[in-house]
Design a protein around this ligand. Structure first.
Ligand code: SF4
Length: 324
């Protein structure tokens, strides 16, 4: 049971109060962690372990599904998820110790389920980098990464090593080819052209790179010409893997997203309120039509059907927020 405004008792003593870095309206603080590896026992998830090197995310996405995880820290204003980011420290020894057994058991690890592992602070903090270096010492690990961050290219060397020795998926999230719209939706994430170039460079390095078309936002990013263009640009970069999901909305993201919608696109507010009244996911003809449209566009642009194994940690991001 979370008490509003009060950190969970197991987390309160671990939260630092000194600012490690303040830049671009984002404050970074330390939070001690025993291990970066958190077990996920849900049978609905294709992975067994999640790794989130940060708590909070500076990308600032208006639809961010993970905002609620800050409530465990006593931070219940959803915007704080983007302005106060905690950097996990002290977890290396236990993470290294656990990883061997996880790899031996062939269990999937998902990196970046409740934050983006390539925060701006990662350039200095290198928490994600050190985790990848630990994975790279193993053979036959199974690791999926979801990110919007171009800083991932810094780690190309270690990703190539993991790719050679293990099974690695990387999916780069991008929901529209339109830079203006993306800047309003994901204000601190790289623009579409940069993210497509990230996919290209990962692919050229031989890594299983793909597009994360998630979440598709009703009325804003769901039109066929836009998705057609996006898939065309990604395919032109040589990338032929992708997954998609339609927006799911739960508190506190729902209130935050609807506030933004009311300010930016008020004409859609009522339809959203009706569609998401009493539900988190949309069901029925609308998502079915979208899935069919994306299937058709994937065929048009030569995308591959994801194999069972490709339902990597990246493939079900709409539910990932269940794991802080
Ligand atoms: S990149 Fe992901 S975790 Fe970060 S704000 Fe956007 S949706 Fe949330």
């Amino acid at each position: 049971m979370i008490k509003p405004g009060v950190p969970a008792p197991n987390l309160a003593p671990l939260m630092g109060s000194d600012n490690l870095r303040e830049r671009g309206g984002v404050t970074y603080r330390e939070i001690k962690a025993r291990s970066l590896l958190n077990r996920c026992d849900s049978p609905r998830m294709p992975f067994t372990w999640t790794v989130n090197p940060y708590r909070g995310c500076a990308m600032g996405c208006k639809y961010c599904y993970a905002a609620y995880t800050h409530e465990f820290l006593g931070l219940d204003v959803p915007e704080q998820f983007h302005s106060l980011v905690y950097v996990k420290t002290g977890a290396e020894e236990e993470t290294t110790r656990r990883l061997g057994a996880i790899v031996r058991r062939g269990e999937l690890i998902a990196l970046g389920t409740a934050t983006d592992p390539y925060q701006p602070a990662e350039t200095e903090a290198r928490v994600t980098r050190r985790f990848l270096e630990t994975v790279a010492r193993h053979h036959d690990a199974r690791l999926g990464i979801v990110t919007k961050g171009a800083i991932i290219l810094r780690d190309l060397d270690v990703l190539e090593t993991i790719h050679r020795r293990s099974r690695l998926w990387v999916r780069v999230s991008l929901i529209s080819p339109h830079a203006d719209l993306v800047r309003r939706l994901d204000p601190w994430a790289p623009p579409p052209a940069v993210r497509i170039d990230v996919m290209r460079r990962l692919h050229e390095a031989g890594i299983d790179a793909g597009l994360g078309l998630a979440p598709i936002l009703p009325a804003l990013t769901d039109d066929e010409p836009s998705i057609d263009r996006l898939l065309g640009e990604v395919a032109a970069a040589g990338v032929k893997k992708m997954f998609m999901n339609v927006l799911f909305l739960r508190s506190p993201t729902k209130e935050k997203y609807l506030r933004w919608l009311a300010a930016e696109h008020p004409r859609y507010l009522e339809a959203y309120e009706r569609a998401y009244a009493g539900r988190v996911y949309l069901h029925g003809r609308y998502p079915d039509r979208l899935k069919e449209m994306v299937r058709r566009l994937k065929r048009k642009h030569g995308f591959l059907e994801e194999e069972a194994d490709d339902r990597s940690p990246a493939a079900v991001p709409e539910q990932l927020g269940l794991w802080p």
